[in-house]
Design a protein around this ligand. Structure first.
Ligand SMILES: [Zn+2]
Length: 698
């Protein structure tokens, strides 16, 4: 039950797999039956941040500082709220989605529903989380059985069995383990085991000498100590145990790969037989692990980053039992802390949100509970969200936009000057198999096996963790369900999944500044159009380009074309690595490469699509004195309007992959002659990259 906030940005989701979904063919994607949920959305205060010409700072030259021109005035007037670590267009939509969800959850909790209905589950889950008196009274009891099991271990040889039992109940703690399409056969799910076990955001936090990482390590020791004291350990013992925890995780960190290395899909995929795996980790039997999970012994599974698992195996042999128990006990308490009594919730906030991300205040209780609800049954809750908050006309307009973007991308692929006809044919084959998904799933996942009660918040979380994990485990060895979604409809985000070659746009992102059925084309193409392009271009970025039309990891490039692609990509990486986010701290252009290729290509294709939509002989309406081309680019920058707390910005620079929004606002346009022409920029202006500096990929 670990709680970690996810960065708000457009996610690339090649390895995105924990959401589970099975066919339920008889379930139509319609609103639930009567009695009907009565929700008053007029209570929702947070409005979307649409592009507004009055927000422009006309004292700043668009050709010198485009982000400042579009965003600085609004950002100066709208500081980051105390309960957030970022604020701007994207986070505001997230806030709006939460407020809509709050009205739905309150109405569900207040009503009386048939047992087992989605309204009952959502209402009881929400009510259990808001019942702070019951949570306070429960103390540590929700995890007592787990703590007892850890205390009862008598030898390190007991640990593999404990790990198996914990994973079987959905409480994974040491390595990642999930089902996902086989990289070599995208029609079948296999199991993937990968590195894990770190409490800090990335291995660099344990290993590098940077001042802020050293401070994070010191703060972590303090956090572990205080958490253990809260759980009843005396202070002196807790202090010693904190060092054990840090040392334990530092070993895991040393054996882990960094984010940059993990961008290569080959580092995340290492198919082995059970016999190979058992030989690699003589102290940990994968055969027994699969049996503990109740999963039939697979012919093969992916055991990625063998060095990590070799180190884990060595630790089973050389870390004393009581140190293992210390670490396991800490992870159990730390993972559950957000759902326990107030003192644990506060301790969790102090370290993970305040210290590591610069959040000044805790979120109100209802937001915390909605976070847990979304983590536990997000797609189920999404059925209620869609019925209340997604206008059907949005889907039709989106289909038109996607169609125009598809057509524009095809023309670009056909006319690429640097690519051979041979590779081009493969690229077009991949283009032709893109699957768009808009709004919400055609087939909703079946939640009938999940029982939700009003009397125990932690009990509901554990039941959902077990239910979701079982759902995921049941996919191992089975055909991939191409209907499944990896994000709930109420998520403000979008993603591309390489193994399915699909682009997915949840309902909640289809609002301004991204999308508005009543807005002029320039705003929609500069907003959601560029996002559609972005997700498509993930299929052709540094990672996605290593997967073919069928979603299999395969090289469909000639060597010469690949070399040209890499050279252009390197230029783009260098461009972003030149952006200084904080004094002395620069963007890592390699870590963000896939996102930045997607932004560059996505905006290019969206601009082409806008021209297609306008057609020949088009007369520009010049809204508020601005041309459609200007409004296209201004809305692109509005989408990326964002301010960060310093700690959050530092963390994002380390964990990536998205470049901070202020650089996304300018990075792609500065390479585009259409931008320079729209604003009358000249060579030598900061927003104009010309000659050899100008990057063109797709
Ligand atoms: Zn992306």
């Amino acid at each position: 039950m670990t709680f970690r906030a996810k960065p708000l940005a457009l996610a690339l989701s090649i390895s995105f797999a924990l959401a589970a979904c099975q066919p339920a063919a008889d379930q139509a994607a319609t609103a639930p039956e009567a009695p009907k949920l009565q929700v008053d959305l007029s209570q929702v205060a947070q409005q979307p941040i649409a592009f507004n010409a009055a927000d422009l700072d006309t004292s700043i030259e668009a050709c010198q500082d485009f982000n400042g021109f579009v965003n600085s005035k609004w950002l100066a007037a709208n500081p980051v709220p105390g309960d957030r670590t970022t604020w701007g267009a994207f986070p505001a939509l997230g806030e709006r989605s939460l407020q809509v969800q709050h009205e739905i959850a309150k109405a569900a909790a207040a009503g009386s529903w048939p047992a087992g209905s989605m309204e009952q589950k959502v209402g009881d889950f929400f009510a259990s989380g808001m019942d702070e008196a019951a949570i306070e009274a429960a103390g540590l009891s929700p995890i007592q059985a787990e703590l007892d099991a850890i205390a009862a271990l008598t030898a390190t040889s007991d640990i593999p069995g404990f790990i198996g039992d914990a994973y079987a109940s959905g409480q994974g703690m040491l390595f990642s383990f999930f089902a996902m399409a086989d990289y070599n056969d995208s029609t079948t799910n296999i199991a993937y085991a990968g590195q894990g076990g770190l409490s800090l955001p990335e291995r660099a936090y344990y290993l590098e000498d940077r001042e802020d990482y050293k401070q994070a390590r010191a703060a972590f020791l303090d956090h572990v100590t205080k958490l253990l004291v809260l759980a009843g350990t005396d202070e002196e013992t807790a202090k010693a145990q904190a060092q054990v925890v840090l040392d334990f995780e530092t070993r895991l960190a040393k054996a882990s790969l960094g984010r940059l290395e993990l961008r290569d899909p080959a580092t995340r995929y290492n198919p082995v037989t059970l016999a190979d795996a058992d030989a690699m980790t003589p102290n940990f039997s994968w055969t027994a692990f699969f049996a503990d999970l109740g999963v039939a012994a697979p012919e093969k599974f992916s055991l990625a980053n063998p060095n990590f698992f070799k180190e884990f195996d060595a630790m089973l042999a050389d870390v004393p039992l009581e140190q293992w128990q210390t670490w396991l006990r800490f992870r159990a308490i730390d993972g559950a802390a957000p759902y326990l009594s107030k003192a644990f919730v506060e301790r969790n906030f102090e370290f993970y949100a305040k210290t590591l991300r610069g959040q000044q205040q805790q979120q109100e209780r209802w937001k915390q509970v909605l976070g847990a609800l979304n983590g536990s049954m997000g797609e189920g809750f999404g059925q209620l969200y869609v019925a209340q908050a997604f206008p059907p006309e949005s889907k039709a307009k989106m289909e038109e936009l996607v169609g125009n973007l598809m057509a524009a991308l095809k023309v670009r692929l056909e006319n690429l000057e640097w690519m051979s006809e041979e590779t081009k044919a493969k690229a077009i084959e991949k283009w032709s198999s893109f699957t768009p998904k808009i709004g919400y799933p055609d087939v909703w996942r079946d939640w009938s096996g999940l029982e939700v009660k009003r009397d125990s918040y932690a009990g509901n979380l554990m039941a959902a963790a077990a239910f979701n994990y079982r759902y995921m485990l049941d996919k191992i060895g089975k055909p991939v369900d191409r209907n499944e979604w990896g994000m709930s409809p109420q998520t403000v985000n979008a993603y591309y999944r390489a193994t399915a070659n699909e682009i997915v746009f949840p309902a909640a992102i289809l609002q301004p500044p991204f999308f508005d059925v009543n807005a002029d084309d320039a705003l929609n193409y500069g907003g959601i159009g560029a996002v559609i392009g972005h997700e498509m271009l993930h299929g052709f970025d540094d990672q996605g380009s290593k997967f073919d039309a069928a979603g299999n990891m395969a090289n469909w490039w000639t060597d010469e074309d690949r070399a040209k692609f890499e050279a252009a990509a390197t230029k783009l990486a260098d461009q972003y690595s030149g952006y200084e986010a904080l004094p002395g701290l620069f963007v890592n252009g390699r870590l963000g490469l896939g996102e930045n290729i997607a932004d560059l290509g996505g905006t290019t294709v969206a601009y082409d699509a806008l021209k297609r939509a306008q057609g020949e002989g088009y007369t520009d309406p010049m809204i508020d004195g601005f041309s459609q081309d200007q409004r296209f680019y201004m809305n692109w920058a509005t989408v990326w309007r964002i301010a960060f707390t310093e700690a959050q910005l530092k963390q994002q620079l380390t964990v990536g992959p998205h470049s901070p929004g202020m650089f996304r606002a300018i990075g792609a346009p500065s390479n585009q002659p259409a931008f320079a022409a729209a604003f009358g920029c000249k060579e030598g202006d900061k927003m104009v990259r010309s000659g050899d500096d100008r990057v063109v990929i797709w």
